[in-house]
Design a protein around this ligand. Structure first.
Ligand code: FE
Length: 210
């Protein structure tokens, strides 16, 4: 027996511009503070954490460890949230993270087609373009073209591109390939090569000296 599900209701008026969204956020924040659900200090602290403390430098540490420690890499690919927790990395919007590994045959890219779901604990807040409808809709239809045209990243035809659609439940990030010529590098040095974009899948890690 099958049941049909009606699609989720769409709000009557979706915000149109960034200004409108900002105004709505401000209004919501004011109401929550007024009603005592939140304090101004808590809002400021949260913003500070995600602006200054949590960011792609944390994801870079995770990637560098995976490049250096095969057992950690296995644990990361089996359960990214618990593997990151080993390094003290986790929290809001990172309860169920999945790491997808690039290989010589597969290149992974992350997107949220619905909104802007993103693994905050390892990447921080998403870049603005990640939220743009153009990225969200076109990345799933023509990933090779978007990577080439918008990010200058050419993925060879022989390499399959897999696009991972994040949601509120599952948030993906990319484990890029370790660059050539990094054999003698420490974990800390390796972390310096890992870019935010390489963990989204729209770029590659830097090469030594780049
Ligand atoms: Fe989303």
């Amino acid at each position: 027996m099958t049941t049909t599900q009606s699609p989720p209701p769409v709000p009557a008026s979706l915000p149109r511009s960034e200004e409108e969204i900002a105004a709505r956020v401000k209004a919501l924040e004011s109401i929550m503070i007024e009603k005592g659900i939140m304090t101004t200090e808590a809002v400021d602290r949260l913003a500070e954490i995600y602006e200054n403390e949590v960011g792609p430098h944390l994801g870079a540490k995770v990637v560098a460890r995976a490049w250096s420690d095969p057992a950690f890499r296995d644990r990361l690919l089996a359960n990214a949230s618990t593997a990151c927790a080993e390094m003290g990395i986790g929290g809001l919007q990172g309860e169920d993270m999945v790491a997808v590994a690039n290989t010589g045959a597969v290149h992974n890219v992350i997107v949220c087609t619905l909104c802007s779901c993103y693994p905050w604990p390892v990447l921080g807040l998403p870049p603005n373009w990640y939220k743009y409808p153009a990225y969200r809709s076109r990345m799933v239809r023509a990933p090779r073209a978007v990577l080439h045209e918008n990010f200058g990243l050419d993925v060879p035809e022989s390499v399959e591109i897999r696009v991972w659609d994040s949601s509120a439940e599952l948030r993906y990030f990319v484990l890029p390939q370790r660059p050539e010529g990094t054999g003698g590098m420490s974990e800390e040095q390796l972390a310096g090569l890992v870019t935010r974009d390489s963990m989204i899948g729209v770029g590659r890690p830097r090469r030594p000296g780049e």
